[in-house]
Design a protein. Structure first.
Length: 364
């Protein structure tokens, strides 16, 4: 059975999405219906079994509704525009339909249950199809070191290694394997060593929005403090290489890039944390920021929660760019510096979106 979990997009909180499927009792009735139709179908046409199952089995996204708006639609306490606003359902956010009343749907999304105008959400088969597009399939590594292979078989060559707890974007599934994206390219991993889920953005309650904004404000204030400390440290030091990107952004962010640039050409080592003798991608970012007094986790997935979120178009030197199974530091001029692969080591890459960007996080 598929799992539904969380996703974090710029400006939105993360919420657990469950309950898309019908209740167990409803599924039992559906299964009984399938059995009944199957018996009749076998009598009339034994070859119809597969088609009957396909037509009668509930969709994994049955009952889903998805917002189609420019920004968000208000979720209200009652089915009218004068009632209290309980939260916001953002564009392409998902929920489940609990009922319908006078042109309004009663929905549940995340922690919010309330009413949205039917004009602003998609339901039924259209929503089920849209869910396949906006839902993000994710594989979380459950073994200490996972081999990513060039083909969907354990006999295939190893493309790269990924550590436990890392979250990878899934692009295909077949025969006990899923296709995932890593720095070395797209490869295959066995489903025996990953947990699979489908992520959706969900509604945000008023309280959750206030908490998010407060957290972002605190992160920005902490960033200013760290920036001042970094600027003082940089002023006292000398010998850093010139910054690759433009001077746009904070002086501390440029200082981060200048420090990181010293290590270009040094080796990539899986699991490593030495900026000179060898490091992996998250170890590189962690080590660079540690020089400026900032503690970051040794995990590319965990770094998606560091600092606060900005869009790729707003990226400034020093920002952290997170990809599937990888992380880099933005230099400016559409360039990143990162510990890439064992074959290439620490290097510059342009454009910054040379592969799909999951999020951009700002520390300073």
């Amino acid at each position: 059975m598929h799992k539904f979990a969380t996703i974090c997009l710029a400006g939105a909180l993360c919420f657990s999405f469950s309950g898309i499927r019908a209740e167990a009792s409803s599924l039992s009735l559906a299964e009984e219906g399938i059995a009944s139709v199957m018996t009749e179908a076998q009598t009339a046409d034994p070859d119809a079994d597969e088609k009957v199952l396909e037509d009668m089995t509930p969709s994994e996204f049955e009952g889903v509704c998805i917002a189609k708006v420019n920004d968000y639609v208000n979720v209200r306490s009652e089915a009218n525009e004068d009632s209290e606003i309980l939260g916001k359902l953002y564009d392409k956010s998902a929920g489940t339909v609990d009922g319908e009343e006078n042109g309004w749907y009663k929905i549940t999304s995340g922690s919010v249950t309330g009413y949205v105008k039917a004009d602003y959400v998609v339901t039924g088969e259209a929503a089920e199809e849209l869910a396949k597009e906006v839902g993000k399939r994710v594989a979380t590594v459950t073994t200490q070191t996972l081999r990513v292979r060039t083909d969907a078989t354990t006999d295939a060559s190893v493309l790269g290694l990924i550590g436990e707890g890392e979250e990878l974007t899934v692009t295909d599934e077949q025969d006990g394997f899923v296709k995932v994206s890593i720095e070395e390219g797209d490869g295959w991993v066995s489903t025996d060593y990953v947990d699979l889920r489908t992520d959706f953005v969900q509604a945000e309650s008023k309280a959750e929005e206030e908490a998010r904004l407060a957290k972002e404000a605190a992160a920005k204030e902490e960033g200013k403090k760290k920036a001042q400390e970094a600027a003082a440290k940089t002023k006292a030091e000398s010998g850093s290489k010139a910054v690759v990107g433009s001077g746009a952004g904070s002086s501390s962010g440029n200082a981060v890039v200048g420090y990181a640039s010293q290590f270009v050409g040094n080796p990539y080592v899986y699991g490593g944390t030495s900026l000179t003798n060898g490091t992996d991608c998250s170890g590189f970012v962690m080590g660079v920021y540690a020089h400026f007094g900032v503690s970051l986790p040794h995990s590319s997935s965990a770094m998606r929660s560091a600092g606060y979120s900005v869009s790729l178009s707003e990226a400034q030197p020093g920002d952290i760019i997170c990809y599937s199974g990888h992380v880099a530091i933005y230099c400016g001029n559409n360039t990143v510096v990162h510990a890439s692969t064992p074959a290439t080591g620490i290097k510059y890459t342009s454009p910054a979106n040379y592969k799909s960007v999951i999020c951009v996080r700002r520390i300073f």
